[in-house]
Write a protein of this length. Structure first.
Length: 84
């Protein structure tokens, strides 16, 4: 299943991801810190979405109440709800 999530409060504007039976197959960010986000995408590939959510949820960026990793956790949670 492919899912698109519009981010809020971050430099990135969108996250496109693919889930298969609760496992992350791919993630791509639009905008944001290119190198860091490519690294995050690489690290979560083939990881269970629940594990990624638990690791990324609540991470802040500077003085912001959210971050790209936190937004990815929200995107994954929403995608998992729709996958069921």
């Amino acid at each position: 299943m492919t899912y698109t999530y519009k981010t809020s409060g971050t430099c990135s504007s969108q996250i496109d991801l693919e889930l298969e039976a609760g496992v992350i197959r791919s993630v791509a960010f639009t905008g944001g810190c290119n190198g860091n986000l490519k690294g995050i995408c690489s690290l979560v590939k083939d990881m269970p979405a629940k594990e990624a959510i638990s690791k990324l949820q609540g991470i802040q960026c500077g003085g912001k109440p959210t971050s790209c990793p936190d937004q990815l956790s929200k995107a994954l949670a929403e995608a998992m709800e729709k996958e069921q």
